[in-house]
Design a binder for this molecule. Structure first.
Ligand code: ASP
Ligand code: MG
Length: 469
């Protein structure tokens, strides 16, 4: 008998059939274990809510009607496939109806006010999970299991008021969750909790960041002191690289929290990067599993990786849609605070810097940012730096680049990894534009032209034998 939090992602609950399958899995495991469930919104719903919310501010009431009609259809279709009992169907349909009526009012409100604030955006985004969770709850009850449905707020998740990226007040949250959900688990009642959404101390709806249902799951896992958190998704686990680039890419059976977090940041979309924070402190294992292949054990994330502990390099990833931004200025040399000025401009304009490298000569900083932010970054740097008295003389950009990230916890202290990586790239006749290695030595990242990215990934995958155990 284990205590497990199971989170199901958007594709795992994408249709009524999928939701039935989820209910099969949950009730199967709940026979011998104590299970709490966390659900995402139906695939695509969060995106469409954001889109409509943003359009609503341009006063488009007709669009709101069309949108909510589609949303109603999507969810009522799912109800009729996922649930067989007419009584349960009716009960869930009523919740759906009320929730959509509320959403209509919210969107109309935004439409009249003509603006969407981070606070109201969180409220709009919360409807995805508020619509999906009751259907999963209904499907579980349809399987003759006892279940109770909660919003993140009702389950007891209290966050700060950092709308869009809220973090839980963990001690208070853990106390409330234990108080509300533990008695249910004791009685083998399956709690179904909306992922992604919570509330701040004033009870205002917050969200914990895109893809945040993982985070909800690990918060619950820590509060309930479970044996494992299972992240059910549409991939078998975390892989050595993208199988579209290297068909022989291999599933990684085991990773450390640090490695998995690193990979999440670098786009192995199996995991929300902040989600590992709570569980790594408490040493609660996380397992990534595929709803379509429940027979696979998936990737297990624990404190120390046991298997393959000798491997220095475990995975290689290519991050596309990025650009390189180079800032030059002789006046930066030996001038304390000059880097701070550059990053201050970027930070104030909400431009996230993914990678940095600065030579000891101090006359140049190179940065990698999302490609779509390049225009904004350059224009703001130019304006601000003119105003602040010319520490920067020139800003150049390259928008046809990709980052290659090579990862593995045992790179730390292993000699020769960097030289092997760079000579592999050199042998391909490919030029490296920028390099960064954090002192954690968990990853080495470098920039190449995007057209060369796939070849570099393949060469490194082969050189380090990543396709072999
Ligand atoms: N529905 C939210 C999103 O799409 C949260 C999640 O799916 O984990 O970002
Ligand atoms: Mg989602």
């Amino acid at each position: 008998m284990k205590k497990i939090v199971m989170k199901f992602g958007g594709t795992s609950v994408g249709t009524g059939e999928n939701i039935r399958h989820v209910a099969d899995l949950v009730t199967k495991y709940a026979k011998d274990n104590k299970v709490a469930v966390v659900v995402s919104a139906l695939a695509g719903v969060t995106n469409s809510l954001i889109e409509t919310g943003c359009q609503a501010k341009k006063s488009d009431e007709k669009h709101i009607q069309t949108f909510t009609a589609e949303l109603r259809k999507k969810h009522t279709d799912a109800i009729s496939t996922a649930i067989t009992s007419k009584a349960i169907q009716k009960e869930v349909a009523q919740i759906t109806e009320n929730t959509i009526a509320e959403l209509e009012k919210v969107l109309t409100g935004i439409c009249y006010v003509g603006e969407i604030t981070p606070k109201s955006k969180d409220y709009v985004m919360s409807f995805g999970e508020r619509l999906s969770a009751p259907i999963v709850w209904g499907a579980i009850k349809d399987h003759k299991a006892e279940s109770q449905c909660f919003t993140g707020k009702d389950a007891g998740i209290v966050t700060n008021s950092n709308f869009g990226e809220a973090d839980p007040l963990m001690n208070f949250t853990a106390h409330l969750i234990r108080e509300r959900l533990s008695p249910l688990l004791e009685k083998n009642i399956i709690p179904v909790v909306t992922g992604f959404i919570a509330a701040d101390q004033d009870g205002v709806v917050t969200t914990v960041g895109r893809g945040g249902s993982d985070y909800t799951a690990t918060i619950l896992g820590v509060a309930l002191q479970v044996d494992e958190v299972w992240i059910w998704t549409d991939v078998d686990g975390i892989m050595t690289t993208d199988p579209k680039i290297v068909p022989s890419a291999r599933m990684l059976p085991q990773l450390s929290y640090q490695e998995a977090a690193e990979m999440a940041i670098f786009g192995a979309k199996a995991m929300h990067p902040r989600a590992l924070g709570p569980v790594s402190k408490e040493n609660i294992p996380v397992r990534i599993r595929n709803t379509a292949h429940p027979e696979n054990p998936g990737t297990l994330i624990t404190k120390e990786p046991i298997a393959n502990a000798k491997e220095a390099v475990k995975a290689v990833a290519m991050i596309k849609d990025v650009a390189m931004l180079n800032v030059y200025g002789a006046a930066m040399v030996g001038a304390p605070g000059s880097y701070a000025k550059v990053f201050d401009v970027l930070g104030k304009n909400s431009i996230n810097v993914m990678m940095i490298s600065a030579a000891a000569s101090e006359a140049n900083i190179s940065m990698v940012i999302k490609r779509g932010l390049l225009g904004r970054a350059v224009s703001n740097l130019e304006i601000a730096l003119q105003e602040r008295g010319g520490i920067v003389s020139e800003v150049t950009t390259e928008d046809d680049v990709a980052v290659i990230a090579v990862m593995g916890a045992n790179m730390k202290g292993t000699l020769g990894v960097a030289s092997k990586i760079f000579s592999t790239v050199a042998k391909k006749g490919i030029n490296i534009r920028m390099i960064a290695q954090g002192s954690s030595e968990l990853n080495i990242s470098f920039v190449v032209k995007e057209k060369d990215g796939a070849a570099v990934v393949r060469a490194i995958h082969e050189e380090f034998n990543l396709d072999k155990n």
